[in-house]
Design a protein around this ligand. Structure first.
Ligand code: PGA
Length: 218
C-alpha cells in the first residue's frame, strides 16, 4: 500500500488560542492510520506552538511552512529564512499560486526559494498550475493546484489531476499531490489514481471536523 500525504495549508488563518482549540478537538479523534503522513503548514508565528501541540497529543505528524525567504540569513528585513524554518519544520510549500498572484513571485524567485530550502535540509513542495510550470532542480514533491479549483468548491477531476501528475512523474518527480477544494467527499477519488500520493487541503483543514473527515476518508 502506498503511503498517503495530507498537507494541511492553514494559509493566513488562526491565532495561538485557535490553534490550541483546533488540536484539542482533533485529538479527540483516532489517528492510528499508519500509512497517512499529515504535514501541517501553519503561519510562521504558529510553528513553535504547533510543534509543542503535536508532541503533547503524541501525533506522528510533521510540520511545514507555507513559504520561505529566497535569501540566506542576513540583512533581509521581514524575511524568514530556511534555516530558521528548519528548527521547526521538515517541509515548505513553495510557489503557491496565491504567492504568485498577490506577491508577484516569479519562477526565478521560486527557484531561489527551492535552493534555500534544499540547502537547509527542508523538503520543498512545489505548487504547479499545470504541465508548463517550470520545476527547479532538486524538487521531488509536486502539488498540482489549478487556480480555478482553489477555495472555490470546484475541484478538478481526478482524471485531470492524474494526467498532470503522471506527466511530472515521467520526468522523475517522486511524489504527486493534488490541491484545490479537496474534501472528505472527494478525497478518495483523487487518492485512487496511480500518480496521486496525497492532497493539499486549505479550507477543509481549518475546521477540525472537516479535517477529521478528510483523514477518515484518506
Ligand atoms: P482549498 O485550498 O482547499 O481551500 O481549495 C487549497 C490550496 O490553496 O492549497
Amino acid at each position: 500500500m502506498k503511503s498517503t500525504y495530507i498537507i494541511a495549508n492553514w494559509k493566513s488563518n488562526k491565532t495561538v488560542s485557535e490553534a490550541r482549540q483546533w488540536f484539542s478537538q482533533i485529538s479527540n479523534d483516532q489517528y492510528s492510520i499508519t500509512n497517512t503522513q499529515v504535514v501541517l503548514c501553519p503561519s510562521f508565528p504558529l510553528l513553535s506552538v504547533c510543534k509543542e501541540l503535536i508532541n503533547k497529543y503524541s501525533l506522528s505528524w510533521k510540520l511545514g511552512a507555507q513559504d520561505i525567504s529566497p535569501f540566506p540569513s542576513g540583512k533581509y528585513t521581514g524575511e524568514v529564512n530556511a534555516i530558521q524554518v528548519k528548527e521547526f519544520a521538515d517541509y515548505v510549500i513553495v510557489g503557491h499560486s496565491e504567492r504568485r498572484q498577490h506577491f508577484g513571485e516569479t519562477d526565478d524567485v521560486i527557484t531561489q526559494k527551492v535552493k534555500q530550502a534544499i540547502s537547509a535540509g527542508l523538503t520543498p513542495i512545489l505548487c504547479v498550475q499545470g504541465k508548463d510550470t517550470p520545476v527547479p532542480e532538486g524538487v521531488k514533491i509536486i502539488a498540482y493546484e489549478p487556480i480555478f479549483a482553489i477555495g472555490t468548491g470546484n475541484a478538478d477531476t481526478p482524471q485531470d489531476a492524474e494526467d498532470v501528475l503522471s506527466f511530472f512523474k515521467g520526468k522523475g518527480i517522486e511524489i504527486g499531490i493534488y490541491g484545490g477544494s479537496v474534501t472528505g467527499d472527494n478525497i478518495a477519488g483523487f487518492l485512487s489514481q496511480p500518480s496521486i500520493d496525497g492532497v493539499l487541503p486549505g479550507t477543509a483543514s481549518l475546521d477540525p471536523s472537516a479535517f477529521s473527515s478528510l483523514i477518515a476518508h484518506a
